[in-house]
Write a protein that binds this ligand. Structure first.
Ligand SMILES: *[C@@H]1O[C@H](CO)[C@@H](O)[C@H](O)[C@H]1NC(C)=O
Ligand SMILES: *[C@@H]1O[C@H](CO)[C@@H](O)[C@H](O)[C@H]1NC(C)=O
Ligand SMILES: *[C@@H]1O[C@H](CO)[C@@H](O)[C@H](O)[C@H]1NC(C)=O
Ligand SMILES: *[C@@H]1O[C@H](CO)[C@@H](O)[C@H](O)[C@H]1NC(C)=O
Ligand SMILES: CC(=O)N[C@H]1CO[C@H](CO)[C@@H](O)[C@@H]1O
Length: 223
């Protein structure tokens, strides 16, 4: 009896392991998600580090508030990060090593984003590019946000919208870099703002979870 049952149990367990995704019990730890810190050029808020070039920590008065209107803060308030995006190697980026991840689990990153544009302080020309944010996880490009156009004219208000990107955790701790990027190849940068970053595990699709429950129940019954 024992000898006969063993292969069945063994197979059920293997099947469960193969089909059922790893449970996500832990919540990822993202420090200073509100990007709050002293206003400064070429500096990112506490708990974050410069990943490439020199993004800035700014508030509604700048620095680099080269726009025809006053800047507005994101719904998250406080300071936010402004970064000039261009082709990848010339884009400004900042990062944090996020802990508490489950290997192989998918995470959704949500945030507030805006395209600030850039009014040339000397000529008054309305420069800047359409831009987006790119998420690089442990050196691997994982996702991009929707593209935001710069305001049509310099005097249009600064608008914040919700952004979403996702990634699969390669390790329990992973380096998440947020890279400002420009769409065009004009050589001008897209001046992107970001604030209020949140990371949450994406729940497994209901169908797979139900299948796993059924298989687990079946295995228990046989046992
Ligand atoms: C623009 O930034 C400068 C320098 O940070 C600041 O003195 C000025 O008050 C700001 N202007 C507006 C309209 O926010
Ligand atoms: C723009 O900012 C300046 C400096 O902070 C302030 O004096 C002015 O009232 C602001 N203008 C508007 C329209 O909010
Ligand atoms: C973040 O993680 C990367 C990759 O493991 C490592 O090279 C880097 O030193 C870490 N940085 C900090 C500030 O912990
Ligand atoms: C996973 O993260 C740990 C701790 O940061 C590190 O020592 C290890 O090398 C990483 N493994 C891989 C495959 O990157
Ligand atoms: C959410 C969070 O951790 N915010 C912190 C960002 O860093 C500043 C400066 O250390 C803290 O005051 C905030 O509490």
């Amino acid at each position: 009896m024992r000898i006969k049952l063993f292969p069945t149990l063994c197979c059920s367990s293997l099947l469960l392991l193969a089909i059922c995704p790893a449970g996500v019990d832990a919540m990822p730890v993202l420090m200073n998600s509100s990007l709050t810190g002293p206003v400064a050029t070429g500096t990112v808020p506490p708990d974050w580090f410069l990943w490439q070039k020199t993004p800035d920590t700014v508030d509604a008065t700048g620095p680099f508030n080269n726009t025809g209107v006053n800047w507005t803060l994101s719904p998250n308030g406080g300071t936010f990060v402004r970064a000039g995006g261009s082709d990848f190697p010339n884009s400004e980026a900042f990062a944090q090593n996020v802990t508490g991840l489950t290997i192989g689990a998918t995470y959704q990153v949500t945030f507030h984003q805006t395209n600030l544009g850039f009014e040339n302080p000397t000529s008054g020309a309305w420069n800047g590019e359409d831009g987006f944010w790119e998420l690089v996880v442990d050196g691997l490009s994982s996702d991009t946000s929707t593209t935001l156009s710069k305001q049509a004219v310099a005097t249009n208000p600064i608008v914040w919208t919700g952004g979403t990107m996702s990634f699969v955790a390669p390790n329990t701790t992973a380096e998440l870099a947020f890279v400002s990027r420009a769409v065009g190849t004009s050589g001008l940068a897209a001046y992107m703002g970001i604030d209020g970053i949140r990371i949450q595990p994406i729940p497994e699709p209901t169908a797979i979870v139900l299948l796993c429950f059924s298989l687990a129940a079946l295995a228990a019954k046989r046992r």
